[in-house]
Design a protein around this ligand. Sequence first.
Ligand code: AMP
Length: 588
Amino acid sequence: MLTHIIGIDLGTTNSCVALVDKEGPRVLSGAGDKRTVPSVVALTAEGKCIAGSAAHEQAITNPENTFYSFKRLIGRRWNSRDTQEFADKVAFNVSASDSNAVEIDFGGKKVPVVQISAMLLEELKSLAEEALGEDVEYAVVTVPAHFNDRQRQATRDAAKIAGLTVVRIINEPTAAALAYGFGKKLGQRVAIYDIGGGTFDISLLDISDGVFEVLATAGDANLGGDDFDHRIVDWIFEEIEKTHGVDLRAQRDLKPRIKQAAEKMKVELTGKSESNLSLPYLAKKEDGTFINVDLRLNREKLSELVEDLVHKTIEICQKALDAADIQGDSIDQVILIGGMSRMLTIQAAVEDFFGVPPSKAVHPDEAVACGAAVQGYMLKEGELDTLLLDVTPQHLGLVVTGNKFETVIEKDTTVPARSRKIFTTTRDNQESLKFQIAQSSDLSFDEFESLGEFLLPDLKSLPAGTVKIEVVFEVDTDGIVQVSATDKETEKVQNIEISGPGEMEEHAVEQIREHNRTIQGIPVVNAAGEVVTETPLEPDVTPEEPLDTGASSEQPDVAEKSSGVDEVSEAEDSTSDPGPAEDIEAQP
Ligand code: AMP
């Protein structure tokens, strides 16, 4: 039997660990009013690796070596628009790996994002162990509902590096719904509006007799508290320019200080109608005098600065309602979670949209970890009275001729899900087929993101359109995708788990673990200052296995829009070349 299964909310800004046992839920990652842990990892001036509160404290004094919001990078490709925007905003350096994944400059060494994430998870694991007085191995880890396959897998890899076995990955809003409804005899339709530091998600669920059925989810991977802060940051820079005639935007080392000040103002404006900012000696002018900043921001101005961001979340709520084919007034309860949901402008907008005041039944910072812990408890105890039915966050399918996306499993399909479709060749005597697996969040924009590719070789020489390839997509309860293709002529099967437990080889995990223990050959200490390992080893920073689980390094993150040309591509002469991924079409 499994020992404890902890619940981990691995947040963009803050993280939280909880456990549910016979006595009920409890938070393990802190006590009193400090029950969450800043999702920050840092390298101290002495070369020590720290995580959590201690790391957060050095953000201003050592900005280049303090790493925050890295959840926004996990499982992402370097050349995605979101990565580029992120890189511009932070004080630490990020760059591309050989496989087009993202690496972080960690004290002069480039390390993959999963490795930084693992350092935080190690800290969370050790806090849980401290609280329980025993080793912890198993965890349910939450991810934003819209996280794609690569992001989910990268999260699982990070946990693996941290020495945790992830028994289930669940979506953050679904976890919050579990925390809200577990053990109660409810019959309600609820909306979970989740806005944290980096992401926004909305999930609509029916809760009835212990069945938690997700009807639809929608979200934005790049819409959260950070964006609200950056609006204030921009305003501060503008005000400085107006008053002092100097543009300080290019001074990267000022960014953490101004960002922290902006966030403080935002948080203060939840409790007060006005907030003051004082940044003495912020920078030196060319004439040698100092720039001292004194500014005032009121609630109305803040609402104005972020109006479009709040509106964007409401538009996404409407999308979720449309996807579920229900009206806003059928929602009985709206549950707000995530730190940003405390903002009054947000609460008012949500109430206005759904027509019901938000419920205060769950703690906005702890509900997700508690819900994950509930799921852990259910798995451990074999709890059968509660059933969780989650859905696929995106449309999944293949790229076919004309660079078009052909859906195999639709968004919001209940998982586990399985679906098959027949595809065929577009050229006579085509020897092989290259499948490009992709996902799309919104088919109306005709945009999709490549998840990986695989090749089905040795096709029989037949005229175009006669070879029949059955492609089966499967999505498990963790949201991990598996695809197989069978040549109906030869019965030749090609399986591909785009990502999965086997994706990151054990030796690669061990290599990174070892490196994490020996950053720069210096013993690593945890947040409490305790040495984790005393034997400095020669670190080998670059893992042999690429850590980005996306199979393709050349594919752009968002493929070009379809040109709208006919689905049948032009024939190619080459017989050895498998042809472009889209040299394939679906059979009705
Ligand atoms: P989370 O990722 O859920 O921990 O949420 C973190 C975000 O919530 C950060 O952007 C915080 O600045 C924001 N936040 C926390 N408390 C408040 C508050 N009282 N008012 C406004 N924003 C807040």
